[in-house]
Design a protein around this ligand. Sequence first.
Ligand SMILES: CC(C)(COP(=O)(O)OP(=O)(O)OC[C@H]1O[C@@H](n2cnc3c(N)ncnc32)[C@H](O)[C@@H]1OP(=O)(O)O)[C@@H](O)C(=O)NCCC(=O)NCCS
Length: 152
Amino acid sequence: MIHRTRRATPKDADVAQALIGAALADYGIVFEPDGRDADVRLFGVRADHDDFVATIDDEPVGVVSVGPHGDEGVAWVSKLFVARHARRAGVGRSLLRTAHDAARARGYRRIGLRTRVVFREAIALYESEGYRAVTRDPAVLESGDLVFLRDL
Ligand SMILES: CC(C)(COP(=O)(O)OP(=O)(O)OC[C@H]1O[C@@H](n2cnc3c(N)ncnc32)[C@H](O)[C@@H]1OP(=O)(O)O)[C@@H](O)C(=O)NCCC(=O)NCCS
């Protein structure tokens, strides 16, 4: 499967919403685009973020977002999701590397992300890309979240 990666536009918020909703449902996680997860509506919109869509034959199969997170010099990856039927073909790694390149181009020196312990495939990907878990906070670990960081 040959995939391409393009920059997202505001029209891709629906794409992100559909891909993320479907993936989270697989894990039994409730997705709330009208509530807690409302920032999905900003996919492809924010000037201080670089958002990308991966496609196969023009069909969107994956998304990723990278942008600021409060710590100067540290970019934050979010919304890395690949449609189930397109997984394990290199799309996720390619999206993540595209996010790294975009963050480097904006001058970031480090990059991080928050994920959940149940996202085992994602954790394997992050570790294989040099990310290391930094969370030691019991409250955070108890919530099932993990924070990963690496240099760019
Ligand atoms: C994580 C995710 C984005 C990976 O996308 P993908 O296109 O399948 O990833 P790739 O094909 O590029 O795989 C990259 C690496 O991830 C790891 N990986 C992916 N799927 C895996 C699996 N089922 N088991 C073990 N490792 C896996 C491997 O290290 C793999 O490298 P390899 O194929 O050379 O062994 C995808 O599985 C997904 O959308 N998962 C659900 C959503 C999610 O967890 N998102 C992260 C939220 S923070």
